[in-house]
Structures are given as C-alpha cells and as structure tokens.
Design a protein around this ligand. Structure first.
Ligand SMILES: Cc1ncc(COP(=O)(O)O)c(C=O)c1O
Length: 438
C-alpha cells in the first residue's frame, strides 16, 4: 500500500466504502467528515453526479484514443476550458495522469527549452528543502523530504535545494502569509554563485508547501524568487498540485499571490479526484522555443499512453463547470476568515506549537511526544477517525483542507472533533482507540 505501514494496517484496517458531499462512510455505515478533501483533491465534494454522467457518457462514446500523432476533440476542449482559469500568458497544456508525472514533464520541458535555445549547459534543477514533488526520480530529486529519498539513491546529480521557510521562532501562529522570511529567497543567489546562474535550468517550488505540513510563503518571498529567476534566465515552476483549483481562494496560487511562474504543474482538483489526471501549463515563450525544428520532427519526445484520456478530459470539463457554476473558488475566499478564526482557536489545546492557515487550508503542529516523533500525529489520526473525522498527518503536523463546499457548521464540527483528538493524544497514559471501529 502507498505510504502506509502495511503490517500495522493489516492488523487494524481503515476502510472507506462510500462518499457523498462532505462525508465518507465506512463499511459499517459510520459517517466520517472529510477534513482533507480525500487527499487534497475532492474540492467540489464527493459523488458529484455531473462528473459521473460525463465520464459514463464519454466512455460509452470513446473509450480510448491514442495520444501519439493522434488526437480527439475532448482533449482540445479540455485544454481550452483549463486555459480559461489559468493566469494570462499560459497558452499551452500538456496532459498527464498524476502530480508526479506533471513534475517529471515540467522538469523535462524546462531542460528541453534551454536545449532548443542553444543553452544546453543549463541542466541544474533547484528544489527546496521540505518540498514534495511526487515520487518519481526527478520529483524525488528536487523534493526536499530526506526520508522519502533514503532508500532510493543515487538520484539526479545536478540538483540543489533552497532553504525551507519553516520558522516557528519568528512566524508561529501566523494568520495567512507569515511576516518574516522574504530574504530566504536570496538563498537562490547563493546557489547561483556556487553553480553559475547560466547553468541552472529551473527552480521548482510549491507556492505553498503542502505535504510537509502547510507552509504559506512569507510575504514577499515568491516575488523575490521570481525576480532572481528572471534576472538569470532561470525558469520558475510552481508545483500547484495542491494549491490549484481554489484551495487558496483563487484558481491558482499564482493568482492569489500575484506572482506568475513560467510553468505550472497541477493534478488532484483538476478532475475533483474522480479520474486520475495531471497537467503542465506553459507560458507561450516556453512552448514557442520548442517549435523550432523541421515541421515533420516531433518537438517533445515525451508522453504517456493515457495522456488526455477521454474519461479524464470529460471529468475535467464537468469539474471546472461545477467550480464556475457554484463559484467555489470565491466561496473558499469568502470562508477564509471564518476558517482562520476556527482553526486558530486550537492554539489553546495542549501541546500545540503552531497553527497556520491560508485560503481553505491549515495545519496544527504538535510538540512531538518525547523520543517518538510522529507518534502523536498518528494518534490524532486514529482518534479523529474513531470520532468520525478524517485529517491528514505529516509527522506531528495535522493538515486540514476540507472540500470547498464545507459549511460553517461543518467547520465547527471539524474543529471540535480535532480539539478532542488533540487533547486525548496529549495524555501519555491513554491508549489509542482501536482503529478497527472505523
Ligand atoms: C505539490 C505536489 N506535487 C506532486 C505531487 C504528486 O502527485 P501524485 O501523488 O498525484 O503523483 C503531490 C502530491 O501530493 C504534491 O502535493
């Protein structure tokens, strides 16, 4: 099982068998409030009939079409639809099947772009400590989570990492973007000095780091990163696999923060999680640079059997229709103050060392139990589940990202259930509940 303690799971399985709206249901029928939009992806809530119908209709009409040297109309319709919510300047889209594939694709496009422009010495790829860019070798290399890499080396060679922006001394209990840390973007100047600005192909960052435990960017940080990249001809990639599709109260983080990268990777909320799909959007100059060889030559020797699968394209179109019709991105922005107030009320809970938020996402960081980092986080996960709440834990940080359809009452219920789980997990003598009950 992916990212799962297999033997522990087998001893006490946690199974979800149905989902509707804001809730999962266990095999026994117990409702579980979805505090994580599945895995940051079900932004329009579960079981949307419009998506189900669109997918069923499409599969009956066109089950599959080969994407190499062939196309189908829905793929182009899906790309057009997606362009409608991207920042201006993003004219071209490459479809893939996951966030990890989107990252690999973006890194390859970045290198190919420089080769096409005659700068083939630009090969370095720069990520950031604590970054998560999926599990394939490129994404793992630029990613900054050491545990994820430990068993799989050697990874890509020409890779370096910016310092992360987690800073509890200066920024604990920030609301929205933290005040301190814009200068951390200057770490890119250190890397430029060490590696040579003319040898760096791209910088890839999550505009808000998600998987590491929700780190909104310090005020001014992304602007500085953008400026340094532009100055040195380095492509800036925003990995928006989590931040895309309204999570931050705007279609993409690029719009929320007013900083435009050269490439954007996305997945998850692209199809509301219903069908696996990812995409890379590129600014026109990146695309145009690749269109320079003989017309009969394939410009980008890259792609997947299931790129722009008809069912995924149908799910994308139906999903974006729901987002627009129900104004879910605007809804997320309007709910942000309520959400912020609610989760910051957890500051008083025992052992809470930070609460952070932006848009409809947040994290509560707990002090680790002495000698066993991560144990308290896992305990909170189990206790929450036993009480009918699904959260996501990374170490001892509890991440929250409910579907954007969440009501104020459901936010209150989520926070109360979490408050109880945190309080119970602070009592070292307490035995975690038997996860089998869910
Ligand atoms: C920022 C980011 N990039 C890439 C990925 C990988 O996506 P996937 O699991 O769909 O391969 C994730 C997954 O959480 C992510 O958060």
């Amino acid at each position: 099982m992916p990212f799962t303690a297999n033997r522990q799971f087998k001893a006490a399985p946690r199974l979800l068998s149905r989902a509707r709206g804001m809730y999962y249901y266990t095999a026994e029928g117990q409702p579980v409030l979805d505090g994580t939009a599945g895995l940051w992806c079900v932004n329009a809530g579960h079981g949307r009939p419009e998506i189900v119908d669109a997918v069923a209709h499409t599969l009956a009409e066109l089950d599959y079409a080969p994407p190499f040297q062939m196309g189908h109309p829905l793929a182009f319709a899906a790309a057009e639809k997606l362009k409608g919510i991207l920042p201006s300047g993003f004219e071209q889209i490459f479809f893939v099947n996951s966030g990890s594939e989107a990252v690999e694709t973006a890194l390859k496009i970045a290198r190919a772009y420089h080769v096409a422009r005659g700068e083939s010495e630009r090969v370095w790829l720069i990520g950031r400590e604590r970054g998560y860019h999926g599990v394939n070798f490129g994404g793992l290399s630029v990613g900054g989570m050491p545990n994820n890499k430990a068993a799989f080396g050697p990874l890509l060679g020409e890779v370096d990492h910016l310092r992360h922006t987690h800073d509890l001394d200066r920024n604990a209990f920030s609301r929205g973007q933290p005040e301190h840390g814009a200068e951390l973007a200057d770490d890119l100047l250190r890397i430029v000095g060490e590696r040579g600005g003319d040898r760096i192909a791209a910088v890839i960052v999550e505009p808000m780091a998600g998987s590491t435990g929700v780190l909104p960017p310090p005020k001014g940080y992304l602007e500085r990163l953008r400026a340094i990249c532009s100055e040195h001809g380095i492509l800036l990639i925003f990995d928006e696999v989590i931040t895309g599709f309204g999570r931050l109260g705007a279609p993409f983080a690029a719009q929320r923060f007013g900083v435009t990268p050269d490439l954007i990777t996305m997945a998850k909320g692209l199809t509301n999680g219903a069908i696996p799909m990812g995409a890379v959007a590129v600014q026109a100059p990146v695309h145009d640079a690749l269109m320079n060889g003989p017309e009969a030559a394939i410009e980008l020797l890259h792609g997947y059997t299931y790129s722009a699968h008809p069912a995924a394209c149908a799910a994308l179109i139906a999903t974006l229709d729901i987002y627009a019709r129900e104004k879910l991105f605007e809804r997320a922005r309007a709910l942000e103050p309520y959400w912020q107030e609610a989760i910051h009320s957890l500051r008083q809970a025992p052992g809470v060392v930070d609460v952070r938020d932006i848009g409809l996402v947040g994290a509560v960081e707990l002090a680790p139990l002495p000698g066993s980092p991560g144990a308290r986080g896992y305990d909170v996960l189990c206790r929450g589940l036993a009480d009918g709440l699904l959260v996501r834990v990374t170490g001892d940080a509890v991440a929250l990202s409910p579907p954007l359809i969440v009501s104020e009452e459901e936010i209150d219920a989520l926070v109360e259930k979490l408050r109880h789980a945190i309080a119970a997990s602070a009592r070292p003598s307490a035995t975690p509940p038997d996860a089998k009950v869910i």
